[in-house]
Design a protein. Structure first.
Lengths: 114, 117
């Protein structure tokens, strides 16, 4: 059963610390998305990649957030330094080029910054 | 600016009733309209989707109705069950995966559905 795998599932960290979230997309999927979910804003797109190249990261605060795909099986989202307002659930999603826009979400990384 | 507007924010329905969630959009370039279902502690999962060349799509108890001229689409859940209690998101996107701005999904804010037994 293919699935998007995210780590960590839960993270509590202190303000100012660096946070790295990792995502393993479904094998063969060449498009990877990072979404953030909060009660206030709903699901916001932070960044997405196709064939490991960033296509759009306009939703991401550039001063503290960075997203990369070191290889086809790993996507990372880094926050440095973290702030309490970054507390949210971060979802990674992936999709194959031929799917007709169907994407598959991981179970999320629940981040709390205190 | 919210590209897809969803209502209501929350919905309570009795078991066996019909749940209706509505969405509206402005961008006429949107040509794919999926609905996602999210259970607590889980990621959203694709429930059903429609393209604008049809006005309705049905899968089991779930039906999407699409009104292209009004730029609105809705999800109907017939014979609602307690197991349907979840958050539902409508979304929209443009075209195929090609191009730098294509392929991303614009989500509505979500509707929290509670079905009472």
């Amino acid at each position: 059963d293919a699935r998007v795998t995210q780590t960590p599932r839960h993270k509590v960290t202190e303000m100012g610390q660096e946070v790295t979230m990792r995502c393993q997309p479904i094998l063969g999927h060449n498009t990877v998305f990072w979404y953030r979910q909060t009660m206030m804003q709903g699901l916001e797109l932070l960044a997405y990649f196709r064939n490991r190249a960033p296509l759009d990261d306009s939703g991401m605060p550039k001063d503290r957030f960075s997203a990369e795909m070191p290889d086809a099986t790993l996507a990372t989202l880094k926050i440095q330094p973290s702030e309490p307002r970054d507390s949210a659930v971060y979802f990674c999603a992936s999709g194959p080029e031929s799917s007709g826009n169907t994407i598959y979400f991981g179970e999320g990384s629940w981040l709390t910054v205190v | 600016q919210q590209q897809v507007k969803q209502s209501p924010q929350s919905l309570i329905v009795q078991k066996g009733g019909i749940s209706i969630i509505n969405c509206a959009y402005e961008n006429t370039a949107f040509d794919y309209f999926p609905w996602y279902q999210q259970f607590p502690g889980k990621g959203p999962a694709l429930l059903i989707a429609i393209r604008p060349d049809v006005s309705e799509k049905k899968e089991g108890r779930f039906t999407i109705s699409f009104n292209k001229s009004a730029k609105q689409f809705s999800l109907h859940i017939m014979d609602s069950q307690p197991g349907d209690s979840a958050t539902y998101f409508c979304a929209a996107s443009i075209g195929s995966w090609r191009g730098s701005t294509l392929g991303r999904l614009y989500f509505g804010r979500g509707t929290q559905l509670t079905v009472w037994p």
